[in-house]
Design a protein around this ligand. Structure first.
Ligand code: ADP
Ligand code: ADP
Ligand code: ZN
Length: 233
């Protein structure tokens, strides 16, 4: 049996297309804590045509951020669920300083805190090449790349057999807009978390396996730093 771990809250920060979702799915398996993918939650709400989905769609299609009050309420609710009590991998949240402050407050209410913020970096050229070949599973949200990480069978998800599609917000114009929005609204979080001593910079240019190994090393190091070694059962 895996040794139990203390609660661990890990934030993945980085521009669109750098590989946050891909890496978070691998970390979920390695660490046994849930991957909270905010883009997936919105896409799911859009598919189910819920009130949240209708509201979010207009923003997502343009490459803009969904308003903070909506996103923050959603995160608070998700973090209160039982599977998040031991920790979570936050992918795509926070994306603004206001969201970061709300996250800190929500965790503090339960005596919890972010343990480490992993900032994955890559050049704009790399981001655009990754976004251009991204295929996503309609059913489970798994991500593939037509060249760098192809599914075994074209158009079909290896994990669940679902249909793969290219996201409507992965058009060249929307991709550029998302990168601009990231630079204006999300990039300030880099300094914000650096000042708090939580930031670890990760080179995102390598292969999926190389980036994963670097992330795991950073997580291990942060665990030793806070004296959070795996507990023996
Ligand atoms: P990517 O993987 O390309 O970075 P995501 O799938 O994480 O994109 O997010 C897709 C869209 O969902 C974003 O462009 C934005 O409109 C919305 N979104 C996701 N997370 C947030 C957030 N924390 N705050 C506001 N909007 C968000
Ligand atoms: P994000 O969640 O940061 O927007 P994704 O995880 O969706 O990024 O990855 C964007 C695209 O790049 C996907 O098609 C994915 O398969 C691919 N990808 C992710 N990491 C790498 C990597 N290290 N090398 C090459 N392609 C990658
Ligand atoms: Zn799938």
């Amino acid at each position: 049996m895996q040794p139990a771990l203390l609660p661990r809250f890990i934030v993945l920060l980085g521009p669109p297309g750098v590989g946050k979702g891909t890496q978070a799915a691998l970390l979920e398996k390695a660490l046994g804590i849930p991957h909270l993918a905010y883009g997936d939650l919105f896409r799911d709400a859009i598919q189910r045509k819920t009130e949240l989905g209708c509201l979010a769609k207009g923003y997502i299609d343009k490459g803009e951020l969904v308003p903070d009050e909506v996103t923050i309420a959603m995160v608070r609710q998700r973090l209160a669920e039982p599977d998040c009590q031991r920790g979570a991998i936050l992918d795509g949240f926070p994306r603004t300083i206001e969201q970061a402050e709300a996250l800190e407050a929500a965790l503090a209410e339960e005596g919890k805190a972010i343990n480490v913020v992993l900032y994955i970096k890559a050049s704009e050229e790399t981001l655009l090449a990754r976004l251009a070949g991204r295929w996503t599973c309609r059913r489970c949200g798994a991500v593939y790349h037509s060249l760098f990480d192809p599914p075994k069978e074209a158009g079909k998800c290896d994990r669940c057999g679902g249909e793969l599609y290219q996201r409507p917000d992965d058009t060249p114009e929307t991709q550029r807009r998302r990168i601009q929005v990231y630079l204006a609204q999300t990039a300030p979080l880099i300094d914000y978390y650096r000042r708090k001593g939580l930031l670890v910079e990760i080179d995102g240019e390598g292969s999926i396996e190389e980036v994963q190994a670097e992330l795991m090393r950073a997580i291990e190091a942060s665990r030793r730093q806070i004296g959070d070694e795996p507990e023996a059962k």
